[in-house]
Design a protein around this ligand. Structure first.
Ligand SMILES: [Fe+2]
Length: 209
């Protein structure tokens, strides 16, 4: 489809596949699937507390092409809190209170799960934004989807498998199918772009050892 944002996202995906060799295959999948999305009619745009508190500053600080992509699309999105099925569990309540995500590309089926409606439909990929508030832990989890996160602003600690590393603006973080991962923010919020380039209907499972 011809759409300024989608064209920019495709161009970004292709350049990321060249910049980072590990992303070659995932970015080829992403760029191809973006060529087959359909724009949806605008609907209501729900908000969540972390977005009201931190999005303006996070977007202002957002760096590089990821920042440009997010600034162009986020005014149109709606936000949601994840994991409604875990309400009442203390660590997940803390996550939900300090975390928001927006679907940019997704299936209408996702909306039935409690997500805000995406801007574009696809049955092949899922892509969106995450605003992760300060001092919030997203516990270890796994899913079938191959996932890529890009950091637009903020520095956080990231778990992949058994190792932890710190990533800030400009980082691209790949989680292959089934790899356990987690994110813990410090004193600043973290604004992210993410894409699931396989298995977009897979369900994340929290891992508690
Ligand atoms: Fe994930």
């Amino acid at each position: 489809m011809s759409d300024q944002f989608i064209a920019a996202f495709q161009s970004f995906a292709r350049s990321e596949g060249i910049r980072t060799p590990d992303l070659g295959q995932p970015m080829a999948l992403l760029a191809e699937a973006l060529g087959r999305v359909s724009r949806l009619d605008p609907v209501e745009r729900p908000n969540v507390p972390v977005v009201e508190n931190h999005l303006t500053d996070s977007l202002e600080m957002a760096e590089g092409p990821v920042g440009d992509l997010l600034r162009s699309v986020l005014p149109d999105v709606g936000w949601a809190q994840p994991y409604p099925e875990h309400v009442g569990e203390p660590d997940m309540d803390a996550l939900r209170a300090g975390y928001g995500y927006a679907l940019i590309v997704g299936s209408l089926e996702n909306s039935c799960r409690g997500d805000a409606s995406p801007l574009y439909t696809s049955e092949e990929i899922l892509a969106g934004a995450v605003l992760h508030g300060p001092r919030v832990a997203y516990p270890s989890h796994v899913h079938r989807a191959t996932e890529v996160y890009w950091v637009a602003s903020g520095t956080a600690d990231w778990q992949k498998g058994d190792s932890w590393s710190r990533h800030g603006p400009g980082a691209a973080i790949l989680h292959d199918t089934g790899v356990r991962h987690a994110t813990v923010t410090g004193d600043e919020p973290t604004l992210l772009l993410f894409a699931w380039v396989t298995d977009p209907h897979s369900i994340p499972v929290i891992v508690r050892l």
